[in-house]
Design a protein around this ligand. Structure first.
Ligand SMILES: Cc1ncc(C[n+]2csc(CCOP(=O)(O)OP(=O)(O)O)c2C)c(N)n1
Ligand SMILES: [Mg+2]
Length: 355
């Protein structure tokens, strides 16, 4: 199988258009990662439904906020998240598409995240080397092993963020440290909208606000928890509204609350860049509410969302698909021609047909 994350298409595009800027190439690279990730999700469902794997839960519909988040994720940072984050893994180079499928197939030799033991899309990076020695965490992107109990990532994220605060309070611990760069790390936590109804979410947000630790919680809000719509799950159907009492006041306590639509790539980039940089300096926790996300194939390979979403909702989702909106934005903003974005989308498909 080819390494589907090769970026030769970008060399091709820039050699055909010598005046293309580095910034535009970065945007096209993000678009390419989103397209490849989507194709991987589509194939994963097919592989399960045709009997080649037992179960699949994938990240389609959540691609664009993750390439934006990846831009703010630095070496030394940690993530404590859940099963929708394959695009972030592709963008950070933590997973390639072969490894993603190795985990889907429970391939004991080629799944680097769990040796075939975990469900698919449960990522992890090692914190020790082959000899059992600590690796230098300040030089790697660090992923704590994903767990299937929704919400469980919150307490772990909180603990890691607390550790950064302790390092900053004790500079003597940071000298030649493999674990912290003066507490400048951020812990990225991801959670679905429905899982914010769990007690552990509120306990962790409260503790983060009281202790003022660098915990950046992104809520991927696709309006559903399996088949349950958000109005039965979250008061006021909005986590950023529900959590307003936690918001930072003039005394500086509390959390910062950011909001963006999951299909708005430029706004997501600005939100994460500014929000995370601020957090590295002042260690104030933040909630990033990313709403209007979609789930093109439904919750998991066990079920069909056509059975619980209305025709109107399905049509709305097709219209607000984050990759479709990003593609139109690239063209409308004059960053690249329709031909170039179509080439990227088609090439992602062609590579996947070769597998
Ligand atoms: C503690 C716990 N309760 C229930 C489940 C079963 N479960 C798996 S995913 C899910 C819905 C999660 O919805 P949401 O948080 O909105 O994330 P999404 O899948 O929509 O991205 C549920 C109830 C679980 N895995 N863990
Ligand atoms: Mg959801």
């Amino acid at each position: 199988m080819d390494n589907l994350l090769d970026f030769t298409i970008l060399d091709e595009i820039s050699s055909n258009n010598k005046s293309i800027s580095e910034n535009v190439l970065e945007v096209l690279k993000d678009f390419w990662i989103c397209c490849v990730s989507r194709e991987a999700s589509l194939l994963a469902r097919k592989e399960v439904l045709s009997g080649k794997a037992k179960f699949g839960i994938v990240g389609d519909g959540k691609e664009v906020p993750q390439v934006a988040m990846a831009r703010a994720f630095k070496k030394g940072d940690f993530r404590s998240g859940y099963y929708r984050d394959q695009t972030l893994m592709f963008a950070l180079g933590i997973s390639n598409v072969e490894q993603y499928f190795a985990q889907l197939y429970a391939d004991t030799e080629n799944d680097p995240f769990s040796g075939g033991r975990q469900m698919n899309c449960h990522f992890a990076t090692p914190l020790i080397d082959k000899n059992g020695e600590w690796t230098n965490h300040t030089e790697s992107y660090n992923i704590t092993s994903d767990i299937s109990s929704t919400g469980g990532q919150m307490a772990r994220g909180l603990g890691l963020a607390m550790a950064s605060k302790k390092y900053r309070e004790r500079p003597e611990l940071c000298k030649d440290s493999k674990f912290s760069d003066n507490g400048n790390e951020v812990v990225f936590c991801t959670i679905g909208d429905a899982s914010t109804s769990e007690g552990i979410f509120w306990e962790s947000m409260n503790a983060a606000a009281v202790m003022q630790v660098p915990l950046a919680v992104s809520v991927w809000d696709d309006g559903y928890g399996i088949s349950v719509p958000i109005e039965y799950q979250t008061v006021k159907s909005s986590i950023s509204e529900a959590i307003k009492g936690f918001e930072s006041d003039k005394n500086g306590e509390g959390i910062l609350i950011y909001k963006a639509f999951g299909w708005n790539y430029p706004e997501l980039c600005t939100m994460y860049e500014a929000g995370i940089e601020k957090m590295r300096i002042d260690h104030k926790p933040a909630l990033f509410h990313v709403s209007e996300l979609t789930q093109p194939q439904g919750h998991s390979t066990s079920g069909s969302h056509e059975r619980y979403k209305s025709k109107e909702r399905l049509a709305w989702e097709a219209e607000h698909d984050c990759i479709k909106v990003m593609k139109n934005w690239i063209i409308d903003a004059g960053l690249a021609s329709t031909d170039v974005v179509n080439l990227i989308a088609e090439r992602a498909k062609v590579i996947y047909q070769r597998m």
